[in-house]
Structures are given as structure tokens and as C-alpha cells.
Write a protein that binds this ligand. Structure first.
Ligand SMILES: *Cc1c(COP(=O)(O)O)cnc(C)c1O
Length: 366
């Protein structure tokens, strides 16, 4: 599988669907949505959402109104798309006309959208309550005000009441129970509507966190769900790059910018055509690793814009020639482990995947 020199980014839609089914089965009778914000965590929102929809997923979440407007024509009309950032500024009309459901995050946003709803004969919306993230959503006092003045909601058909967990990946964290209690209390002050609290990790916290709808993102993409424990689902993302050149070292010398790594005579350095411009973290210089023929090899020297260098001294020379395939993500390089070496999380690795990869979707018809 060799293109015009780019590395291959392989996205396994069958694994994605299997991950969604695993979550959907686990939370039933609650419904499992699919979170496809940030271009489907970097993997292609349209491809990902179509695969999930084909498997029976009926509800999708994106962050920005423009993401929803781009996704809407790609999905059957009976699929619901929620916009987490709500309907800022002029977005309300565009969303309403496209049949997209905003998640309203403040009283003023609710008032504006309800006004539009009254003029358009009723509009669907969700309401987010802040129970501890202090990021988006109504504060307790605002929920109490809505309770006292329910007329504010006239014109809105309330589709969902939701909140978001801050510490779901740490199952024993006290925030989980506190946010659950606060969510239970505040949602009862609003008109009866389906409820949603759990992201991927929240799905693993037990039934009481599932409510009517769960909102997994990273779990679908094969990321790590819990800070501790075995809940890595099926791998979805793999990057296969190729060795451009191999340097046999016959006298001691240094590797890369800043001469940050020194090689002794007798070693071999393989140069691979992926760099930080492709989203490979520069922080992985002298820290990352790749896999060749099942063996881990270390990244040595700094990561350049378009290249990285591997110490392949320990491998036989026949498996380290120009053109040899190298797994730089997936295939023995777990995304969460590589991300941790870079001081980040797999979410960031995925959403930073660059534009130069040759993207191939596998298992499209699964
Ligand atoms: C991103 C996001 C999710 C999905 O989170 P994961 O940890 O990827 O499962 C769910 N709900 C909200 C509000 C989000 O912003």
C-alpha cells in the first residue's frame, strides 16, 4: 500500500461501530448517541457519523453550529443533531431552518431562542445545566428562575436536559456523586424531558449515570476511557509511515536539530516522513517510539516539521531499509501511551492529525 510518499492514516469504521455497539448494549435501555465534534475527533465527521447511523445510532453531538450544518445533509432526516455550543448570535435561524437542535446554555440564550420559537411555531432545543464543570450551562440559580417563571420556555419544545461530568475517568472521585445529585435535583425543576449526563467514561460509572441518553466520544474512537483499568476498546486509528533513508553510523555523531541525541559508531538511524506538521507531537523528540515488524524502536533526536528519526540499531538490517513500513500510531503504539509520553491525551493526538496523510476508511460496509 504505497502512495506518493505520504503516510497512510487508516480508520477502521468496523471497529468504530463495534465500539459504539458495545457501549449501546452496556447502557440499554438508555440510548447511545455519537459525539462527532471536531471533525469526528479528527477522523472525519461525515464518514464516522454515516457509519454510526448505519449501525442504528440516532443522535449526534457536535460543538459548533457550522459543524452541524455541514453534517446535516450527510445523515437521514430522522437523525437528531445537537449543537453543544448552542445558538450564538445569528446561528439560531440557520439551525432552526435546518432542523438542528441547539443545547442552550444560559437564560438569555433560552429567551432569544424561545422568542424565535414563538415566531416559527415552536422549536426543539436542549438545556444544559452546569453541575460542576463551570464551563457551559445554566447555574443553579438560573434553573430555579426558570422553575419560577416557566413562561420563558414558551415556544421551546424541550428535547433534552443535560450536564457534563468533570471527573468521570476517575471512578472513585467524589465529584461524580456530587454532580449526579445536583443533576437529579435541578432537572426536576424543569419540564419533564429526556436526560443525559454521561460521556464515554460516565458510561462505565453505573446505571444511575446513564439516564435516557449517553454521549460517548473517545470510546468510539478507541481511546482510553478510564484513567486506570482495561477499558480500551477496539483500535480505530492506525498510521503507517515509511522509512525514507537509513544512516549507518561509522563514527560517533549527533542526530537532528540541536544535536540533542548522540550515536556511537555501529548504530543505525532510520528517517521517517512524518513530523510535527502532521500532528506528531514535537514533545516526542527523544521520548516517543514506533513499531517496525513488531519491535519497538525509540524516537531519537528532535521531531522536525516533516521528519522524525528512529534508532533502529537493534533491528536486523533487512527490516530497516528505505520503503519499510513503520507503525507510528496504533498497531503496537497505543494512542493513550504515546500521548502520555508527549504530556497530553489521546483526544489531542487524534484531533491534531494532519492533512497530509492518505486517509483510508476500512470496514465501511460492516
Ligand atoms: C466532548 C463531549 C462529550 C464526549 O466526551 P468523551 O470523553 O470523548 O466521551 C460528551 N459531552 C460533552 C458535553 C462533550 O463536550
Amino acid at each position: 500500500m504505497s502512495g506518493l510518499g505520504q503516510a497512510d492514516l487508516l480508520i477502521d469504521l468496523a471497529a468504530l461501530v463495534a465500539n459504539w455497539r458495545q457501549i449501546a448494549d452496556m447502557v440499554a435501555p438508555a440510548e447511545a448517541a455519537g459525539v462527532v465534534k471536531a471533525n469526528g475527533y479528527g477522523l472525519g465527521a461525515v464518514e464516522v457519523a454515516r457509519a454510526l447511523s448505519g449501525a442504528g445510532c440516532r443522535t449526534f453531538f457536535v460543538a459548533h453550529p457550522v459543524e452541524a450544518l455541514a453534517l446535516r445533509p450527510a445523515l437521514p432526516a430522522d437523525r437528531t443533531i445537537f449543537v453543544l455550543h448552542g445558538a450564538p448570535d445569528a446561528a439560531g435561524v440557520a439551525l432552526a431552518e435546518a432542523g438542528i437542535v441547539p443545547v442552550l446554555n444560559s437564560l438569555s440564550e433560552i429567551a432569544a431562542f424561545a422568542d424565535l420559537g414563538r415566531r416559527m411555531g415552536g422549536l426543539a432545543a436542549a438545556i444544559q445545566i452546569d453541575t460542576g464543570m463551570t464551563r457551559l450551562g445554566l447555574q443553579a440559580g438560573e434553573v430555579e428562575e426558570l422553575h419560577a417563571r416557566p413562561g420563558i420556555l414558551e415556544g421551546i419544545e424541550l428535547r433534552l436536559v443535560m450536564s457534563h461530568l468533570a471527573c468521570a475517568d476517575e471512578a472513585g472521585h467524589g465529584m461524580n456523586a456530587r454532580q449526579l445529585g445536583e443533576f437529579e435535583r435541578l432537572r426536576r425543576l424543569l419540564p419533564a424531558a429526556p436526560a443525559s449526563l454521561a460521556n464515554s467514561a460516565g458510561c462505565f460509572l453505573g446505571r444511575e449515570f446513564h439516564f435516557d441518553l449517553v454521549r460517548p466520544g473517545i470510546a468510539l474512537y478507541g481511546g482510553r476511557v478510564l484513567a486506570k483499568g482495561p477499558d480500551r476498546l477496539r483500535e480505530v486509528v492506525r498510521i503507517i509511515a515509511r522509512i525514507l533513508q537509513v544512516h549507518g553510523i561509522d563514527t560517533p555523531r549527533t542526530v537532528g536539530y540541536g544535536a540533542s541525541h548522540s550515536m556511537l559508531a555501529g548504530g543505525r538511524i532510520a528517517t521517517v516522513a512524518v513530523g510535527y506538521a502532521d500532528g506528531y507531537p514535537r514533545a516526542l523528540g527523544n521520548r516517543g517510539f514506533a513499531v517496525i515488524d513488531g519491535f519497538r524502536v525509540p524516537v531519537v533526536g528532535r521531531v522536525s516539521m516533516d521528519l522524525l528519526t528512529l534508532d533502529v540499531s537493534a533491528l536486523p538490517s533487512q527490516s530497516t531499509r528505505a520503503g519499510q513500513e513503520v507503525c507510528i500510531l496504533g498497531g503496537g503504539v497505543p494512542a493513550d501511551e504515546l500521548a502520555a509520553l508527549a504530556g497530553t491525551i489521546d483526544y489531542e493526538l487524534f484531533t491534531h492529525l494532519g492533512a497530509r496523510y492518505r486517509r483510508t476508511y476500512l470496514g465501511r460496509d460492516a
